[in-house]
Design a protein around this ligand. Structure first.
Ligand code: HEC
Ligand code: HEC
Length: 596
């Protein structure tokens, strides 16, 4: 199974807080509400009200308690001193609340605690409640069937659907989060296709903008049995051909039959975090196994460009990513306005000193082999036909790899967890605004080589100003495309006049939300059950389910479940097993993945 490490989760969290800071004045109420929901609600709300505290009831928070003479309330609007709830929150890990050792206590930051203080100071208002009515599986299948019926018969077998319905149905997912999910979905599709125009997913009517049809052909995904390969990784596929509900059964049969797919739809959030990582990332974007094949695809000949001095380089020691020397090189080809490749070096490489060896890499016809460096790997970015970016990681021989080795590309956030860089999602996250121009060449002005080699250095290592203007132009191409792709979801309503840079990077944000531990409410919704209490009652009544380790779901306060565990598969996933035990659907067992 494809998995994202905790490093990301932490990395993404910090970005989220920066964002929180920017938005503080406007969305304070919304944010405070969300903090109470994600950090306290499991123990202080719903069926579990520890200490009689119900954090999502403003009446409960403001209620006066205690004996006459020592009356108090959890929250006194405007008064930080007398709001006893705030007494439980101290900066750092030794805070009394959230209860020590709980996932909430590990996840909650000092910024969030401060935000609750500011919220009380500002009057402790709750946000205007959004009222979304529950959308059932029957409703979304109806919408899918209608869409298939209205499509041309020839197109039907290329039509698939992506759903955000389990998130739409979850009242703890805010309107803004839903917009970020949609933006992340659009960004994912557009980052994984060679299609020329941007593709703006349009929701099916009467699904609360939570179901999106996609035509595989339009995204160039009607090749290599791509859908079956995606399903081979998908842990949530259910079939409804043997369920009691006859309407559901019939709709399922129709949708499956018209589309010709075993499973014609899947969850968009799963897809966003999975398809942006290898192996699916490489398969969907058709990234070849080697650099030379990629050059061929992009009508690029790096060696010829080097010999003719038709490229632009910047070399320097130590960078934000690498502790070693690093060389960045830019090309332009008839097939892509920009192609950037970095040459990265292992520590203490004999020919890793770029000032002395600026004219690598070594190859037979290179007239400067005496001044040629020897590198260990590289990172590549190029502009896709629609203006979004493709990414590839290669080793020193130009073979594609899935993750950047620790020694070569060092991540600043290494202190937070694993330092490896995963192709696709890591690049998308850091290169959120496209090219990064935080570098300055040190080779052009170094005097370590003379004569002909020096002339070639002057030719291919342009001035700082020239390099800056190239990166700036490239960044603009990307930002224009990004705005076209995500703007329709982000720049709406109250945020109409904002800049997309004011929002968190959506794919990273979705990954962070996706890998949070599941609450009983989320589990219920992911199973298509509207009321958490109904799931809990079913667990109580079905001893069989306790075998699956669901006992913690009916404890007071209820426990949480790791996403990993929910998805773990031995033939079927835990989610599929539970759905099957509850007779909510039949697990779909896919073939094994083929593509690595
Ligand atoms: C993992 C469960 C859990 C989480 C999460 C949690 N609490 Fe508690 N909380 C408790 C329990 C249990 C008590 C009862 C006292 C005790 O056992 O420490 C309690 C008691 C309290 C009290 C009453 C303290 C008193 O002196 O009577 C307040 C106020 C409180 N929590 C606030 C919060 C806030 C605010 C959050 C979120 C930021 C939070 N709690 C998150 C479990 C939790
Ligand atoms: C932790 C953040 C981070 C991640 C993850 C990351 N990069 Fe970068 N990248 C940078 C920074 C910062 C620069 C600017 C140059 C420097 O400091 O070395 C850069 C520069 C580059 C450049 C040179 C062009 C430019 O933007 O300046 C390429 C090519 C590149 N990265 C490719 C990749 C690829 C491919 C991936 C994913 C495998 C990736 N990067 C992941 C931070 C990152």
């Amino acid at each position: 199974m494809i998995r994202l490490s905790s490093f990301f989760i932490l990395m993404f969290l910090s970005a989220e807080y920066l964002y929180a800071h920017n938005e503080q004045s406007k969305d304070l109420n919304q944010q405070a509400y969300q903090i109470l929901q994600t950090r306290c609600y499991r123990c202080h709300g719903g069926s579990a009200k520890q200490a009689g505290l119900d954090v999502l009831s403003r009446a409960n928070l403001l209620e006066e308690r205690g004996e006459t003479g020592s009356r108090f309330a959890w929250v006194v609007p405007g008064s930080v001193e007398t709001s006893t709830l705030l007494d439980t929150l101290e900066p750092g890990p030794d805070s009394y609340m959230p209860k020590q050792g709980s996932p909430e206590s590990k996840a909650m930051t000092d910024e969030e605690k401060q935000l609750l203080v500011n919220w009380v100071k500002a009057g402790a208002e709750f946000p205007v409640v959004e009222n979304r009515s529950f959308i059932s599986e029957v409703q979304i299948l109806k919408a899918m069937r209608n869409h298939l019926l209205s499509a041309k018969a020839d197109d039907r077998t290329n039509i698939r659907f992506y759903t955000l319905t389990h998130l739409y149905n979850n009242p703890s997912v805010s309107e803004l989060d839903l917009r970020l999910y949609r933006a992340a979905f659009a960004k994912t599709l557009n980052s994984l296709t060679k299609r020329r125009e941007v593709f703006i997913p349009e929701p099916l009517p009467e699904t609360g903008e939570s179901v999106y049809p996609v035509n595989l052909e339009e995204l160039y995904w009607n090749r290599d049995d791509i859908w079956a390969e995606i399903l081979s990784h998908y842990p949530y596929a259910l079939k409804y051909d043997y369920v009691k509900d006859e309407e559901l059964q019939q709709l399922w049969k129709d949708v499956s039959q018209f589309s010709g797919a075993d499973v014609p739809y899947l969850r968009a959030d799963w897809f966003i975090v999975t398809a942006t990582q290898p192996p699916l990332y490489h398969l969907l974007l058709d990234i070849p196994q080697t650099l030379s094949e990629l050059e061929h695809q992009l009508q690029l000949d790096i060696t010829q460009n080097f010999l003719h001095g038709d490229l632009a380089r910047s070399g320097y020691a130590k960078s934000g990513v690498s502790q070693q020397n690093r060389l960045l090189e830019r090309h332009s080809t008839p097939a892509t306005p920009y192609f950037w490749i970095s040459y990265d070096f292992l520590p203490r490489r004999a020919r890793g000193d770029l000032t002395r060896f600026p004219l690598g890499p070594v190859f037979p016809e290179n007239p400067f082999n005496n001044q040629a460096f020897d590198h260990d790997g590289g990172e590549i970015i190029w502009s896709l036909p629609n203006g979004m970016q493709g990414y590839m990681l290669v080793d020193g021989k130009g073979n594609r790899i899935n993750e950047g080795p620790v020694d070569v590309v060092f991540d600043r956030s290494a202190v937070l967890g694993t330092p490896s860089i995963i192709n696709g999602i890591s690049c998308i996250y850091c290169h959120r605004d496209g090219m990064i121009s935080e570098f300055r060449d040190e080779i052009r002005h170094a005097d370590a080589v003379g004569g002909k080699p020096r002339e070639h250095v002057l030719k291919i290592y342009p001035t700082h100003e020239k390099m800056q203007s190239l990166t700036k132009g490239d960044r603009e191409i990307f930002m224009r495309a990004l705005e076209k792709v995500t703007g329709p979801y982000l720049l709406v309503g109250p945020d109409e006049n904002k800049n997309i840079k004011d929002f968190p990077e959506p794919i990273g944000k979705v990954a962070e939300m996706y890998f949070r531990d599941l609450t009983p409410q989320q589990m219920a919704l992911e199973l298509g059950i509207q009321e958490t209490e109904i799931l809990q009652a079913k667990i109580e009544a079905n001893r069989e389910l306790l075998r699956y380790g669901l006992g913690t779901m009916i404890q007071d306060p209820p426990g949480t479940l790791k996403r990993d565990k929910w998805e773990t598969r031995e033939g079927t996933s835990l989610m599929q097993d539970i759905a099957s035990e509850l007779r909510m659907g039949v697990p779909y067992v896919s073939r094994q993945p083929i593509y690595e």
